[in-house]
Design a protein around this ligand. Structure first.
Ligand SMILES: NC(=O)C1=CN([C@@H]2O[C@H](COP(=O)(O)OP(=O)(O)OC[C@H]3O[C@@H](n4cnc5c(N)ncnc54)[C@H](O)[C@@H]3O)[C@@H](O)[C@H]2O)C=CC1
Ligand SMILES: NCC(=O)COP(=O)(O)O
Length: 325
């Protein structure tokens, strides 16, 4: 397998720390870290751990032994103090993603794993940015992508991603929901399931609209879409009220939940698995996974971080690359 590429993310956050801590472990997957080598060295020194960096050379074996890391160097724009954001480094953060994506699309890397970025500071730099998901969609010219997290024995995909809550109902159209469900069914099978995936779909409103008395999106958008897609052979259950959908028997008999918006689905999953979950982007022309947490600026440079989600993100990306069909 080609190596996975790991972007080290926001330099003032815990992304570099995660890479340094990962380097202390013996790795079964070949991984190339994308980032500034002086930053990684400095962070290792701050954490008090050894780190020998090897420059990544395409086609040559990459380091997997504890204490060693293969690095694809891209330079920072400004010096970094752990925990202190600097908008001057926003273009650096995006350059990491651009280089990693280009390598994945060219077949140089088997998949992309991302350490967290800080959405706010990229916007502060004057660059409109919603998240990796939307950025990678735009850069790879994918027509539609789906954010899905896995952890705690469940998978939760989202019909809408990083948007103000006020905008959500208008973003759930027949076209967008149809595209989301088609990608979800296709990529679950491509990467994860043996048979046709079974998807549980949440309603948008309380009690899934209570027959139209608590909102009409279910009757006007969600139910017609599900009925149409069932005729195409998709296995869809719902729409079900979101408050009673997350029950073990239902989750066990389905491969994924489709939640209508970010904070309808993700708090449930993160409550069950924070620090051991993985974020996957479906619909891209390459494998992409990420940690389930953010930049944790309060912990950068302290060493008091959990690398569990990064391990899961790496293992999931490797399994997806192998399972892809
Ligand atoms: N994949 C990505 O790039 C993601 C980026 N973010 C971004 O991260 C920034 C900060 O977001 P927050 O909502 O504050 O969430 P956060 O996940 O950074 O922090 C929430 C809490 O969890 C702790 N925490 C996070 N990761 C940890 C780890 N590995 N080990 C131990 N403790 C950990 C933090 O210290 C904090 O107390 C935002 O800009 C957000 O957009 C958030 C989620 C994912
Ligand atoms: N809540 C998930 C998150 O913020 C990560 O988003 P992305 O950067 O992977 O698009």
């Amino acid at each position: 397998m080609h190596p996975l590429v790991l972007t080290s993310g926001e330099p003032a956050g815990i992304g570099p720390d995660l890479c340094v801590k990962l380097a202390q472990e013996s790795r079964s997957q070949p991984i190339v870290v994308l980032g500034d080598r002086t930053l990684l060295k400095a962070r290792a020194q701050q954490l008090g751990v050894p780190l020998a960096l090897e420059d990544y050379v395409p086609g040559k074996p990459v380091a997997t032994a504890p204490g060693r890391l293969s690095v694809l160097h891209l330079p920072l724009a400004a010096p970094v103090v752990p925990g202190q954001l600097d908008a001057a480094n926003a273009p650096y953060v995006l350059a990491l993603m651009d280089r990693a994506l280009a390598g994945c699309l060219a077949g140089e890397f088997a998949g992309l794993v991302t350490a967290p970025v800080h959405k706010g500071v990229i916007n502060d730099a004057g660059i409109r940015f919603q998240g990796h998901t939307e950025y990678l969609q735009e850069k790879s010219r994918a027509p539609h992508v789906v954010m899905m997290l896995a952890g705690g024995g469940m998978r939760v995909a989202l019909a809408t991603t990083h948007h103000p809550l006020r905008a959500v109902p208008d973003l759930i159209t027949r076209d967008s929901l149809t595209a989301t469900l088609r990608i979800l069914a296709h990529d679950l099978k491509r990467y994860f399931t043996d048979g046709p995936p079974r998807i549980l779909v949440a309603g948008l409103n309380p009690h899934a609209g209570e027959s139209g008395h608590l909102g009409r999106e279910e009757m006007e958008v969600i139910i017609p879409v599900l009925e149409a897609l069932r005729t195409e052979g998709l296995h869809l259950t719902g729409p079900l009220p979101a408050d009673t959908l997350f029950r073990r028997p239902l989750l066990a008999s389905h491969d994924c939940v489709l939640a209508m918006y970010h904070d309808q689905g993700l708090p449930v999953l993160k409550y069950a698995s924070f620090g051991a979950g993985v974020n996957v982007t479906l619909g891209l022309p390459c494998v992409r996974t990420s940690v389930d947490h953010g930049t944790a600026l309060d912990l950068a440079g302290t060493g008091a971080i959990d690398v569990g989600s990064l391990r899961v993100a790496i293992d999931t990306a490797a399994a997806m690359a192998l399972h892809a069909r």
